[in-house]
Design a protein around this ligand. Structure first.
Ligand SMILES: [Cu+2]
Length: 148
């Protein structure tokens, strides 16, 4: 009986030792979620709110990616838009931009934006253009300031 108890205690200790690693990785995942930044934009022409959510804290040293989601104000359900979406990265203080980003529609009202390169630290603008699908005329431009 004593021997059995020792075995049980030993196995509990082993289990106990195995746990922290697992918990650490869960903690790290949660940390990443907390670190991601969400900007709340609004389109007057569409009458919609737009969430711009970075996958991780934006930086100037490697590729940044974010999700754009159009939705009714006060609702989180994505709303599809007929207009074309364009994004320009712009550094107003120095009058230059960056290389073109890549925009993929992943569902109605939801877009994945990749190849977002802030090529130097400082104040940038993410310029979101809403364009007429047929004429490509810019209907509205929303400038989101972001410090890198
Ligand atoms: Cu610059």
């Amino acid at each position: 009986m004593k021997y059995f108890l020792v075995l049980v205690i030993l196995s509990l200790i082993q289990f106990g030792c195995a746990r922290p690693n697992y918990l650490d990785s869960v903690k790290q995942d949660q940390q990443q979620t907390v670190n991601s930044e969400v900007y709340k934009l609004a389109s007057a022409s569409l009458g919609l709110a737009i969430d711009l959510a970075f996958d991780k804290t934006p930086n100037d040293s490697d590729e940044n990616t974010f999700i754009l989601q159009f939705h009714q104000p006060g609702s989180s359900v994505a709303v599809g838009v007929d207009q074309t979406i364009a994004i320009i990265l712009w550094m107003p203080s120095m009058g230059h931009g960056s290389s073109p980003v890549k925009i993929q529609k992943i569902a109605d009202g939801i877009y994945r934006v990749t190849k977002v390169y802030f090529i130097m630290p400082g104040d940038w603008e993410i310029r979101l253009q809403i364009k007429d699908q047929e004429t490509s005329n810019v209907i509205e431009q929303i400038n989101q300031k972001i410090s890198i």
